[in-house]
Design a protein around this ligand. Sequence first.
Ligand SMILES: N[C@@H](CCC(=O)N[C@@H](CS)C(=O)NCC(=O)O)C(=O)O
Length: 213
Amino acid sequence: MADPILYGPAYSTYVRAVRLALEEKGVPYRLEEVDILSDAHTLPEHVARHPFAKVPAFEHDGFKLYETRAITRYVDGAFDGPDLQPADARGRARMDQIISIIDAYAYAPIIGQIVIQRLVVPLQGGASDEAAIEGAVPMAQTCVDAIEGLLSDDLYMTGDSISLADLHVIPVFDYCRQTPEGEKLLANAPKLGRWWAAVGERESVAKTAPSLG
Ligand SMILES: N[C@@H](CCC(=O)N[C@@H](CS)C(=O)NCC(=O)O)C(=O)O
């Protein structure tokens, strides 16, 4: 079987979640750059892969897929390697809950506003929109507090082994902590701090570390 192909830029949080899953499973793959900062995701070639013009898109031996949650579950189910989803109903539900928090509530304020305005806009020569950042902080704080409140003393988010919950949170958390607002948001989240100390050591995290510059 051919190696899977992942379409998107390495700096995208959703692309990184899939790369983390592939790395944790030990699956070789090809990353095909689609640079969203130069609007490559809106070109017909990419819209044919993803009708909503987002990244990532994914292909494995003719099987085409988009939507990160679907892709990471496929990667876990279709390849050998350690299971990335808890076996028990409660663990699996907790994993889905955390991924939902990221998708429904955290991505827009943390990545869409704080990280884009604080890290990406200045790199492109623009000035950060301070009002947009300030406006995003309360929802970002609610997300951090909610996830902190769901963590136990286990090493990972849903138990003693890494799961898709961790892999979907890592990309967002990693950018967030690199902003001054993120440092403040995380100041009273000791469980998330311990969690990052554990996951941040993993080879998959080092291998997928994004570079914006
Ligand atoms: N629901 C999609 C969301 C993917 C998404 O928002 N990707 C961002 C990059 S991290 C993107 O494509 N942004 C480009 C845009 O919105 O124009 C998924 O889960 O895959």
